[in-house]
Design a protein. Sequence first.
Length: 306
Amino acid sequence: MRPLLFSISYRILGSVGEAEDAVQETWLRYETAAARPASAKAFLSAVVTRISIDVLRSARVRREEYVGPWFPEPLLTDPYQDPERSAELADSLSTAALLLLERLSPLERAVFVLREVFAFGFPEIAAAVGRSEPACRQLAVRARRHMDAGRPRFEADRKERERLAGRFFDAFREGDVDGLRAVLAADVSMVNDAGGKAPLFAEYVAGPEHVIDVIAALRPVFAGAGVVTEPRTVNGQPGAVVRDKDGGVLSTLTLDILDGRVRTIRTVLNPDKLAHMGPVADIWALNREANLIRGSVDRPTDRLTH
């Protein structure tokens, strides 16, 4: 039951730590309840939803004051497994989908997650959010309309998506400029979430040549400092975990792929959002080392294969 509760809460909150806290609080309320509910699933789902809505309302204020672009905390593995709906569940975890959910009110977001992602019935949803069934149906309609208007589209063939991501990371490791050009969309963008707590090469970069320039600057730094890019599924999408030479987490990276090209590259550098993944590397120390490495290389692009 905990995997389902976490998956509901994470999609509402976009935060691993807050979702874990919400699940823990839910379980405590269940264990201390005066009487056992007729349906443990209905009770627990309702409680975790209400807690998550309350947390999201307060989190909205903090996000408005956030420095730079805000992305959800990266999630490597969704604990809730449903083989028949694995692709649908993975897409609902994507960074793009979670960012789109940010446009909804807390109630709309909760109703959408329960209905569209986890297929709860409206009686259960009404009990969970404390609204009537007709009101929940209206919330669902509004939420679906907002989501459909900006819904991210991804490659239907997951294996094809993974294959293209593999080509991207191979080109990155090998410094293959032509290989990168072949996989980047004409309108590709790179967006970075540092929250003001990590150094940035750039907050936002658009266009394949500018993206390649950033990668060209990063590659000799990575090579000189022993940084490793470890391909992983991140938020249900192709991505990577970037680690320092000691295995500490520096950042995560996700790729939005559409029409056989990488459309968006999103990086999470904020160390506060990486702590749940293990020891976090000192990215400021890497930045100082990077400055020394850059000083010893006249033209970073000379190390790339043209």
